[in-house]
Design a protein. Sequence first.
Length: 103
Amino acid sequence: MPLMEIPIALVLIAVIAWLTNARLPVSSQAKQIVNVVLGLMVVGMFLWLVNTYVPMAGSIRGLLNIVVVVACCFWVLQAFGLWSEIVRIWHNLTTRGMRSERV
């Protein structure tokens, strides 16, 4: 994708997001899914721009990619309401061993 097409793609994503959220009569669940997909597209395009056009060491680039992917995973889990369930499951797994040691 040439550099001149990127602003056009970002404007197109912004217009789709605005239409979905403000003008189209869709359910809140559909809006949530569209917002997550559009957000991931924007994050992916910015990450691609940074990886392509910002000179940096390969190790820093790899670390940046890992941090962005992990942050996006947390964001998607929170957007769909799954993060609190994962925290609850983790808490149950980590405290179960402590309860058996106390008995």
